[in-house]
Design a protein around this ligand. Structure first.
Ligand code: ATP
Length: 451
């Protein structure tokens, strides 16, 4: 059963995701919106499973992290304090002839923008490129009925700030003691200049962020701890260990708030190669001290046993739900030839806990009581996990349709079932079929899903 993973699977995934209802282009009937995507029936399950795994690992399975769901719209001063108004920018150049806009560091630009020699990469004119100008990546809108500068608000470009401004609310209401963390999942918006590569870089996306508040001096210990934890989490999703690596930010790469930063990168293959899926940052006391300064409200933590007040340092873990969904899809996609069969198969080797459908249930033929038996079993299994019932077409095709969407198990009701009450469970990856009692199926699959 030799497997071939195409070098650049993105194109194939875009088509599979549309055909099978994982991901659609936003507003497709109007020609689409630039780099915005909608999750279809299977995609919404996949992404939700991924977010549930993160929430479970970060919030529910521990007692030192609390959950939060802060609003997208925040007081505009938040973004002055965070540094986003002043520095969340990319330098851009405009072509005065064709009106196209580029990042100033676009390698396709010939010459230095703003000089007579510079040549536009699109229309080819010389001397038409402007000097680089800074362009802020935050989306702006107006709060209330009056559209003036006093009513400007921003769509948040990250979820973290909702956590900082609620630091004391959460600490005091839960009586957590430093070190402890606050986690949240939510939408973020960035007016990216060069979005693309499917859901890799989009203008609207979801982040899963956790801010861990620690005593200054212990920050590097916790930084190392979180690097390790987060890498292990990605491995637990089934991402191949050899496709994961750390990338340390050099002094030049470090963001204005960061004392130390590592990215967890995943090898997307093809033209993308290794790219960031998560950032782990030691932010020091930058955020809390800025919010203290801009709001005029004290945000210090009171350490009762030692009777001292201090501003905690923050270790942040920030991972994209959409980008990790793409990593999981790329990691799982494979095309195989099957021994003894002329037709090959496409498989999404998703971790069973992430798979949108956990089991397919198929009566071998549409007669002899098999559909009735299968429907009863389906109803029973549906109490526990998502199941797809299918009675149409050749059994081989039905298996293949489930392989392609990552369903880990297929249960077939056949002639023998009607005699002795046993069914077969087929494993998506090994293609092994085992015969078990129908009333044991729920327990067997449930046990496998939780490993
Ligand atoms: P990049 O360098 O790729 O633009 P970043 O360093 O700006 O990313 P962070 O601000 O650290 O990213 O955001 C944390 C995570 O959020 C990223 O690792 C990524 O998974 C996700 N993310 C950031 N921007 C986008 C985007 N435009 N589309 C999808 N996911 C994103």
């Amino acid at each position: 059963m030799p497997a071939t993973a195409p070098s650049d699977v993105l194109e194939k995934l875009v088509s599979l995701c549309k055909r099978r209802g994982f991901i659609f282009q936003s507003s497709e009937i109007y020609g689409g919106t630039g780099s915005v995507w909608d999750y279809g029936p299977l995609g919404v399950e996949l992404k939700r499973n991924l977010k549930d795994r993160w929430w479970h690992a970060m919030v529910r399975a521990r007692d030192d992290i609390e959950g939060l769901d802060a609003a997208i719209l925040m007081h505009p001063r938040v973004w002055e304090a965070s540094g986003h108004v002043a520095t969340f920018t990319d330098p851009l150049v405009d072509c005065k002839n064709c009106k196209k806009r580029f990042r100033a560091d676009d390698p396709k630009i010939k010459g230095t923008p703003g000089t007579p020699d510079a040549q536009c990469p699109v229309c080819g004119m010389k001397g038409t490129l402007s000097e680089p100008r800074l362009f802020n990546l935050m989306f702006k809108t107006y709060m209330g009925p009056v559209e003036d500068s006093a009513s400007i608000v921003y769509l948040r470009p990250e979820t973290a700030q909702g956590i900082y401004v609620n630091f004391l609310n959460v600490q005091q209401s839960t009586r957590q003691k430093v070190p402890f963390g606050i986690a949240q999942i939510g939408k973020a918006f960035r007016n990216e200049i060069t979005p693309g590569n499917f859901i890799f870089r989009t203008r609207e996306f979801e982040q899963m962020e956790m801010q861990f508040f620690v005593e200054p001096g212990t920050d590097m210990h916790w930084f190392e701890y979180w690097k390790e934890q987060r890498l292990n989490w990605h491995k637990s999703l089934g991402l191949a260990p050899e496709r994961l690596e750390f990338h340390q930010h050099s002094k030049e790469e470090l963001a204005h708030y960061a004392r130390a930063a590592f990215d967890i990168q995943f090898d997307f293959g093809g033209t993308l190669g290794f790219q960031e899926i998560e950032g782990v940052h030691n932010r020091g006391d930058f955020d809390l001290s800025r919010h203290q300064e801009y709001s005029g409200k004290k945000l210090e933590y009171f350490d009762q046993p030692n009777n001292k007040r201090f501003l905690p340092f923050v270790v942040e873990t920030s991972v994209g739900a959409d980008r990790t969904t793409l990593a999981v899809l790329v990691n799982g996609y494979r095309e195989e030839t099957v021994e003894g069969e002329s037709e090959g198969r496409t498989v999404l080797g998703l971790h069973p806990s992430l798979a949108p459908i956990k089991a397919g249930v198929f009566p071998l033929v549409k007669k002899d009581g098999m559909p009735e038996f299968a429907e009863k079993l389906t109803a029973e299994l549906r109490q526990r996990f998502p199941v797809f019932y299918d009675e149409s077409g050749a059994i081989g095709r039905r298996y293949r349709r489930q392989d392609e969407v990552g369903t880990p198990y297929c249960i077939t009701i056949d002639g023998q079932t009607m005699q002795d009450g046993t069914v077969t469970i087929r494993d998506r990856d090994t293609l092994q079929q085992e015969r078990v009692a129908a009333d044991a199926v729920a327990r067997i699959i449930q046990a496998r899903l939780s490993t």
